[in-house]
Design a binder for this molecule. Structure first.
Ligand code: NAP
Length: 327
């Protein structure tokens, strides 16, 4: 028997608890991984609390990411002892996930753990940090370079935002970090932010076009914030949109698209093709300073993941949460 968080709904109520499961109950797959660390992402918090319908089958072990060691494999790509990591592919939504001491998974979904990262460091990055890297890569693919001007990061004190600030500053960009938590200004400066902005002025309906300020942006908030970010990008600017922490709507006009030629680049981490994943993790192992990774990550136990889910959705968690599934 192994320890895992299990989400059940039938019969109601919807509930998540720390429980013992049998290995034979795990989802189908050709590789069994002894999980070392998982994390608590925004989507995991939604799954645990039931605040949004991210779980597609019940019962479900949540955990959209994990890193660990292959225990058994019937696929020639992996052998016992290999270090691996996983993000997305519906794991923790429709396939039992990483908030468990073991996970059985399809070999195609795994990628080898980069040699420069430990399992714990990889999960300090987690899906939030991998999404931050995909967002940075999107800005680069659209030609944004450090000399082009300042980059805005919204939701900067959260998981995606904090890793994005650390990555962009290491790459030589000047970073403006937008937050609703002025108390985290020092933290954001330690990660590399050059300027701290209050999120409140961006939260309501704004003008179709505002003063041109940023060469690029990474937005995790959506709704009016994303619309206002679009309105204040410089001519030819690019925003990578990856989140909905402030709302799923997008109340914008086409003005910045047709008058300033801006680009809105959508970021999906879940179904991302493998070459992009491998490249994102290669870049993360090179472009993220280990001391900043330590600064932005907090470690908790499997039981504590249940308690922290609510505070994460309320925007009260700073940076990233690593879950040691073996304690
Ligand atoms: N596209 C993908 O594949 C993908 C992958 C991972 C995550 N995401 C999405 O990205 C978003 C952020 O994820 P995360 O892991 O970084 O979550 P997180 O750690 O909870 O951070 C979100 C941050 O957004 C800000 N925020 C929260 N509520 C807000 C509101 N009502 N208005 C304005 N700002 C608000 C807060 O930052 P401040 O306190 O600094 O303001 C909060 O820390 C989520 O919507 C998540 O679903 C998408």
């Amino acid at each position: 028997m192994i320890n895992a968080i299990l989400i059940e709904r039938d019969p109601p109520p919807y509930r998540a608890s720390l429980t013992k499961i049998d290995e034979s109950q795990l989802s189908a797959g050709d590789v069994t991984v002894r999980v070392e660390y998982s994390t608590l992402n925004y989507k995991d918090a939604l799954a645990i609390t039931g605040k949004a319908p991210v779980v597609r089958q019940f019962p479900m072990v949540p955990g959209i990411d994990f890193a660990g060691t292959v225990e058994h494999s019937s696929n020639p790509s992996y052998k016992s002892g290999d270090k691996v990591l996983l993000n997305g592919w519906g794991v923790g939504e429709s396939h039992w996930g990483g908030l468990s001491q073991l996970a059985r998974i399809k070999a195609d979904w795994l990628i080898p753990l980069p040699a420069a990262l430990t399992a714990r460091q990889a999960m300090a990055v987690g899906t939030a940090g991998y999404t931050a890297m995909l967002s940075v890569m999107a800005l680069e693919r659209h030609g944004i370079r450090p000399g082009d001007g300042e980059i805005l990061v919204t939701g900067a004190a959260g998981g995606v935002g904090s890793v994005a600030v650390a990555l962009l500053s290491k790459l030589g960009f000047r970073v403006a970090a937008m937050t609703g938590r002025p108390a985290e200004s020092e933290f954001l400066k330690q990660l590399g932010a050059a300027e701290i902005l209050d999120r409140a002025p961006f939260a309501g309906a704004g003008k179709p076009l505002a003063k041109e300020r940023w060469a690029g942006a990474i937005d995790v908030v959506g709704s009016h914030t994303l619309a206002n970010v679009c309105a204040s990008l410089r001519y030819g600017g690019v925003v990578a949109a990856c989140g909905l922490a402030g709302g799923m709507d997008f109340p914008a006009t086409v003005a910045p698209f047709i008058l300033r030629g801006i680009t809105l680049a959508g970021i999906d981490s879940v179904m991302r093709p493998r070459p992009d994943r491998v490249e994102a993790w290669r870049r993360l192992s090179k472009d993220l300073e280990v001391k900043k990774l330590e600064l932005l990550a907090d470690e908790i136990s499997l039981a504590e993941a249940l308690e922290r889910a609510g505070s994460l959705l309320e925007g009260r968690v700073r940076g990233r949460i690593i879950v040691d599934v073996n304690r």
